[in-house]
Design a protein around this ligand. Structure first.
Ligand code: CAA
Length: 383
């Protein structure tokens, strides 16, 4: 039996900030962002958006093309949880009107947890081949203003339906895994922004990349030339380039940038979306119009702290018939540009407490976060 991603789709936030605007306001050379970090712009949520609204939009696009009664689990992966107890996926389950006969749970390990959720989904289908599992990765990357991370913010969601005999990609058995206790990026319970050791995080990421690769080789006997395209986690796209050249050095073979180039197209515009970022890379690679049938993709997932996984996926015959690039284009192009001052105002007015609040109607998306009543988050689905 083959198991993998049967369908997928995305969503992002209402606003966009052009990094040239930030560079000008902060007196930074725009080339630092464009070339040094490899980023052009980033998505910024409106006050009536969060991980749940983006996740629900991405998932509703997937469900509109599939039989929702076959879904037996909703696995929601995020760094930006909205409640310490209740899984964000339960709100999404309600908004989407999924059957009660579904298991819903949240996964956490910084930017890595989407991959843990994907593997759990594959394992469930291996045991119960009739089941389908909805995996949702969604995050709002929000750093403190004035920090090195500020230009690497972003927001987005990728929803994936995992099933037997998938239309898009087969997740192959056997992956390389790597855990190392390192404080490169963490977010205590009382902080809405992370603490970051920037330079340490770059090294921790690259050590995990080669460590997970070595484990993949040990598990499967694969060679680097068995991989046709690479997708490395992209906190900013230059990070993927750095990892790719470090991996080339590690294996002692040249690995051209052409093997990662297409995976970075969406992330340059969305910014970091933590758990969703790797999967925006996958979506971009599949949308690239490159004939990938039968090709093996190498995906590297990294979550600070740190846990990493290198795994492989094989692209299915006819996959391009099941893609919807127009949804990505629509999500990106409908974003409303912000001035730097407007962006900073939104950043300062982030709702991080659970006091009563009613949010203004801003987003044009199909789901809204309408506010908080008696410490309960409120959402609405617009027809
Ligand atoms: N023209 C072109 N390039 C320029 C430039 C200019 N005028 N000025 C600077 N640059 C280049 C620099 O040379 C550098 O490139 P190299 O690293 O290739 O040399 C790049 O721009 C960045 O410059 P700095 O190192 O000076 O940037 P910084 O100190 O302001 O911050 C950062 C960089 C530490 C990555 C910061 O963005 C940060 O803290 N980000 C958040 C943490 C992060 O994303 N870490 C990645 C690994 S952790 C992870 O992956 C999990 C996750 O999602 C967070």
């Amino acid at each position: 039996m083959i198991i993998g991603i049967h369908d997928l789709d995305v969503a992002t936030a209402h606003y966009v900030l052009d990094l040239d605007e930030m560079a000008q306001a902060l007196g930074v050379d725009p080339a630092k962002y464009e070339k040094g970090l490899g980023q052009d712009e980033f998505s910024v949520p409106a006050p009536d958006e969060d991980i749940v609204t983006m996740a629900a939009e991405a998932a509703s696009r997937v469900l509109s093309r599939n039989d929702r009664t076959r879904i037996r689990s909703v696995l929601f992966a995020t760094e930006t949880g909205i409640d310490q107890s209740k899984a964000a996926g339960v709100f999404v389950h309600g908004l989407l009107g999924l059957p009660h006969t579904v298991r819903t749970v949240e996964f956490k390990q910084a930017c890595y947890s989407g991959t843990a959720a994907l593997q759990a989904a594959v394992n469930q289908v291996a045991r119960y081949p009739e089941d389908q599992v909805l995996v949702i990765t969604a995050d709002v990357a929000r750093y403190a203003v004035g920090t090195g991370g500020e230009p690497t913010q972003g927001a987005g969601a990728v929803a994936m339906l995992v099933a037997a005999d998938p239309n898009l990609v087969v997740i192959e058995p056997g992956s390389g895994v790597y855990t190392s206790d390192v404080n490169d990026f963490w977010r205590p319970n009382d902080s809405s922004t992370p603490f970051v050791e920037g330079k340490l995080s770059l090294d921790a990421y690259m050590d995990a990349n080669v460590g997970a690769w070595d484990d993949l080789v040990a598990q499967r006997g694969l060679s680097i030339t068995d991989i046709d395209r690479f997708m490395h986690h992209q906190p900013f796209t230059k990070m993927a380039r750095k990892a790719h050249s470090r991996l080339a050095e590690h294996v002692g073979l040249p690995l051209g940038d052409d093997l990662i180039e297409q995976s970075m197209v969406y992330n340059r515009r969305i910014g970091n979306s933590y758990t969703a970022s790797l999967y925006f890379g996958l979506v971009a690679q599949l949308h690239a119009g490159d004939a990938l049938e039968g090709r093996r993709l190498g995906l590297f997932s990294y979550g600070s702290g740190s846990v990493a996984e290198f795994f492989t996926a094989v692209v299915q015959e006819g996959y391009s018939d099941y893609l919807h690039p127009e949804n990505v284009t629509q999500s990106l192009d409908r974003r409303v540009p912000l001035t730097f001052e407007e962006y900073r105002d939104l950043h300062a007015n982030y709702i991080g407490e659970s006091d009563n609040v009613e949010t203004p109607i801003v987003t044009a998306a199909p789901f809204r976060f309408t506010g908080i009543t008696d410490r309960v988050r409120q959402y609405e689905a617009r027809s």
